[in-house]
Ligand binder design. Structure first.
Ligand code: ZN
Ligand code: CA
Length: 368
């Protein structure tokens, strides 16, 4: 009897594993097990986050935070070597979703329109690489590996057939590859101890606008970047669990497909509007998702301030803090045009010269 029972349990847990759409929780569990520094730092995150939000009641006033992104395309077959256009479509989706300019925002039920957030977070493909050179923000690596598992993060190591991260203080690293294990993607959640595996991994079929319905509208990356900015799953990874966000209703568990509104819940504290299955931090279909809440925005912006603070000064136009960090800590003195007139980096389509205190000069042109 005992044996039958444990076999049944094993079968159940296999089913549960196969259904898991996002690998972040399992990956985080693994990091906690294998990295004592991360485990200690991670334990403090919720308290630090709560305190930061309390101490900064006006933080949500208009200030757009811009995050430079490097997308590492690691490919074995041609299909995995996704096009620049595909990558750019993902950046556009992230920008729409994090600024609430997504065209499907009208699908958010009226009862939640008022708490649906413009997170004031934007993303751009990096224009300067860690050596200070101009870049498209996309790296391409041909590999002998036919697929990548989440365990031990081989995708994040050149020695394992992947590619090493760019400095994670300055860039959001996103790896795109053939990801195995039944997950569409996974992310590392922030803390004071992050390390070189920091970033987001997304299966190539689900990156940007693709033909792989129902996960074809780039919401896998939206969800994973949410984790990267410290959001938990909306059901709190427990039955009626706590996602550490006060304006999201309690959920029994993860939702799949696209339920119809209102979807009731047996949890205490869900409220009469039911579960917010259209939140990006649920597991519903891409076409079903359409919002982050104000509470989630608070949590994400606190995460940037606490753990990813270089992103507060980075820009998309090539004047990222990267130069100062990687080139012997040089500092930008001024930007001049071809006639030597001092200017700003807001000028587009003309060559500009970036003069640094170590005497180095870089010529850049921001093309729009
Ligand atoms: Zn997730
Ligand atoms: Ca909640």
């Amino acid at each position: 009897m005992k044996i039958i029972f444990s076999l049944l349990l094993a079968t159940l847990s296999l089913i549960a594993t196969a259904q898991e759409k996002c690998g972040t929780v399992a990956h985080t569990r693994n990091m906690i097990k294998n990295n004592p520094d991360y485990a200690i730092a991670k334990e403090k995150v919720n308290a630090q986050t709560k305190k930061w939000i309390e101490d900064h009641p006006n933080h949500s006033e208009k200030t757009i935070i811009t995050i430079p992104v490097v997308v590492h395309v690691v490919w074995n077959t041609n299909a995995e070597n996704i096009s620049d256009a595909q990558v750019e479509s993902q950046i556009e989706i992230l920008n729409a979703d994090f600024s609430r300019t997504n065209i499907d925002k009208i699908n958010t039920p009226n009862v939640w329109q008022g708490i649906a957030a413009d997170c004031e977070i934007q993303f751009c493909l990096a224009e300067t690489d860690p050596s200070g050179n101009t870049t498209t923000g996309i790296t391409r690596t041909q590999t002998n590996e036919t697929s990548f598992s989440m365990n031990d993060d081989p995708i994040k190591h050149g020695s394992d057939g992947g590619i090493d991260a760019w400095p994670n203080d300055d860039y959001l690293n996103i790896w795109v590859c053939d990801l195995t294990g039944g997950v569409l993607g996974y992310a590392t959640m922030p803390s004071n101890s992050i390390g070189s595996i920091d970033g987001v991994v997304v299966g190539y079929k689900y990156f940007g606008n693709s033909s792989h319905a129902p996960y074809h509208k780039g919401r896998t990356a939206t969800h994973e970047v949410g984790h990267w900015l410290n959001l938990e799953h909306i059901w709190g990874d427990n039955y009626c669990g706590n996602d550490q966000v006060s304006d999201t209703p309690k959920h029994e568990q993860d939702n799949y497909g696209c339920p119809s509104f209102p979807k009731s819940s047996s949890c205490t504290g869900t409220g009469s509007n039911g579960e917010m299955f259209m939140n990006y931090m649920d597991y519903t279909n891409d076409a079903c998702m359409n919002l982050f809440t104000n509470g989630q925005k608070d949590r994400m912006r606190s995460a940037i301030n606490l753990y990813r603070s270089n992103m507060l000064t980075n820009n998309c136009d090539g004047s990222v803090g990267v130069n100062e960090h990687t080139n012997n800590k040089r500092t930008l003195v001024k930007i001049v045009d071809v006639l030597g007139r001092i200017t700003t980096n807001s000028q587009t389509n003309i060559p500009l010269f970036y003069i640094h205190d170590d005497g180095s000069v870089e010529k850049k042109m921001i093309i729009e």
